[in-house]
Design a protein around this ligand. Structure first.
Ligand SMILES: [Zn+2]
Length: 335
């Protein structure tokens, strides 16, 4: 009596499925679910990046607007160079050398400096070279420059830094993007970063991971840093916005899929490393527009504004993942 028993079980299964089927989610329901998931992951600390990444899906389903207001850039302090920001020491061994809206992070080891990103060709000398001098550090210490991705706001200064003697690091895919770009002056290939690539200098090891999405060769980075001697791990999400084109040979749908998967990959790597600091190459995304001024007023013994804990680092990456999924469903289901 094999068949009736199987039929009975199938029947029971169908009955069990019926309520679920009758309440099947529409694409708009799914978009709403991912937007609200992203909103709760964002909390108050990652509201800016949530507002940026979920902007289109929020509008698509008329979800609530983002209320938290985070400045989009650091204050203008030089009327002639509105992009100019002061350099700052952020950890014992990590420095901010960026502009009002774009970041360069400098890890100083006993044997030299590893930079993450090179900002623009027009600003790199004033921010990175003169910035280090202002901090009392010799720019000749710069040994490596890891380029998160080959867009001009992060790679524009690479040729200049290479001429100073630094070795430039990019992923294979973004070296190609860079080499085919219309940058006025280009660095030549030094080092190709792979997934899990380790760069050790002066006893400190920086790790890079391939996180395709924002560009196909975006790399995200883990840096060991210290606050008054206490060790922390900083994670840099290498490319943030979904501002890529849609083309038959490069569909947005697959980019958004890759982006979400890359976030899951980096979530695992940050968890294994115990990353408790999130950094970005845009000053608003990681809250540097708030944290750098706070840090300047920090009193001895009070918490470090950049040390947010492992859960908050994970929530930042979850916002990126959830908004990518929400955008993908919203775009697939049309306006
Ligand atoms: Zn970019």
């Amino acid at each position: 009596m094999q068949k009736p028993a199987t039929a009975l079980r199938l029947g029971a299964l169908l009955v069990a499925l019926l309520p679920a089927l009758s309440q099947a989610q529409t694409p708009a329901d799914s978009v709403r679910s991912y937007v609200e998931a992203a909103r709760s992951f964002a909390g108050n600390d990652h509201a800016f990046v949530f507002g940026q990444l979920c902007e289109t899906p929020i509008k698509a389903v008329n979800a609530a607007a983002v209320t938290e207001k985070v400045p989009a850039a650091l204050p203008i302090i030089d009327a002639a160079r509105e992009w100019y920001a002061e350099p700052a020491k952020v950890f014992d061994d990590l420095y901010f050398l960026g502009q009002t809206a774009f970041s360069v992070w400098a890890l100083r080891t006993p044997e030299g400096i590893i930079l993450v990103d090179a900002i623009f060709d027009y600003s790199v000398e004033a921010e990175v070279v003169d910035g280090l001098r202002k901090l009392g550090i010799d720019p000749a210490e710069i040994r490596y420059v890891i380029i998160s991705h080959a867009h001009g706001d992060h790679s524009g200064g690479a040729a200049f830094l290479q001429k100073l003697g630094a070795k430039i690091v990019m992923s294979e895919v973004d070296w190609q993007l860079y080499e085919n770009s219309n940058a006025k002056e280009k660095a030549t290939r030094d080092i190709v970063a792979t997934d899990g690539f380790e760069l050790t200098l002066g006893g400190m090891t920086v790790k890079t991971y391939l996180t395709p999405g924002h560009t196909h060769g975006t790399i995200s980075t883990l840096l060991p840093v210290h606050d008054n001697g206490t060790a922390h791990v900083a994670a840099i999400w290498g490319g943030t916005l979904f501002n890529f084109r849609d083309a038959p040979d490069d569909p947005r749908d697959l980019r958004l899929r890759d982006y979400a998967q890359s976030s899951v990959h980096f979530q695992a790597m940050t968890a294994i490393a115990g990353a408790d600091v999130i950094l970005s190459n845009h000053t608003a995304y990681d809250g540097s527009t708030v944290k750098l001024p706070l840090l300047a007023q920090r009193k001895a013994g009070s918490p470090h504004p950049y040390v947010i804990g492992q859960d908050a680092v994970n929530r930042y990456l979850k916002v990126a993942e959830s908004c990518a999924i929400a955008a993908r469903i919203a775009e697939a289901s049309g306006p």
